[in-house]
Design a protein around this ligand. Sequence first.
Ligand code: NI
Length: 185
Amino acid sequence: MAVHDILRMGDPRLLRVAQPVTEFDTDALHRLVADMLDTMQAAQGAGLAAPQIGVDLQLVIFGTGERHPRYPLAPPVPRTVLVNPVITPLSPPEGGPAVEVEDWEGCLSVPGLRGVVPRFDRIRYTGFDAFGDPIDRTVEGFHARVVQHECDHLLGVLYPMRVRDFRRFGYTDLLFPGLDAAQDD
Ligand code: NI
């Protein structure tokens, strides 16, 4: 159990392409997951990627299993540990090309700011949990957005790199004056 410092944008370790996990169900991997859960909870995050605490591995955690206080309108996302993820954009159920949708995002590595980011509305993601058991889900909306945001960290991509209209990027307290001051990322 340990809460780690979260690296902030500008730290070159956030720009690396993370290495795949090769050994599952090890003490070291379970300890890393426990530390990341502690760190995410302490920061009230919706997700956290291993590179954000300086660990160069393809591992993300996300979800709380219940509604998130910072995203009260979003449906709950199951608490998930996802290792070596692969994301595939999916067509809408009625067919046609995969659709992108825009919504506001924040990031614990970019505190105090929010921006509008396009993401695929519907994705399939696969990978493994910390025990090496496979995960294979088809999701949409907020769940899909969280997964794409977290997995971007494994490619060295922070959400501001995906912002297309910088008129919709700024300080949270100015963009959303009603938000609690503590909810600043
Ligand atoms: Ni982030």
